[in-house]
Design a protein around this ligand. Sequence first.
Ligand code: ZN
Length: 189
Amino acid sequence: MLRPVSHHLQELLHHHGALRPGHTVFRSGGHSDGWIEKGSVMRHPRVLEEVARWQAAQVREAFPAVTLLVGAPACGAVLATLVARELDVPVAYVLTDGDLRWHRMHEPEAGYGVVYIDDLICTGEGSRLVVDFLRTQGQEVLGVSAWVSRAALPVPLVTLLPASFETYVAAICPLCREGEAVQHVDVRE
Ligand SMILES: [Zn+2]
């Protein structure tokens, strides 16, 4: 019997040392009891390819009408291309430094059924901006696919794994209240 993908990803993240438990303060201001260092996976194309395959299977099932995948440079674009290869659909990149815009590699016409591909969603702010951009471009946003998300989004969201760590608002962080020393600071997940 096939095991759920979540077990595979959890094991893979653990195996590659990507899980970083401990009192964490994000650059965005939130607190957590740990974080995921995605570079541990991203830097190994063969490993990333395997994760992309799992992600493609989930996208195919959740969003069968998909005709275009979108990713944001750098890691998100590489990932979107690997997932798109599995699904045999085209890919486009949205540049998110400054005003959002298409990368000139592909400025798609309106009317695609788009899934935005991401790795880790922390606050969800970046994903929401991309979804808004896609809609202004006349694209039908079917949903978002990510490995793990700490945030809810205003569109359907599928993930490979439930959130591995808790997320706290800084002012009411239970670890701070218990006087636990911060182990990871200025983290961008
Ligand atoms: Zn705290």
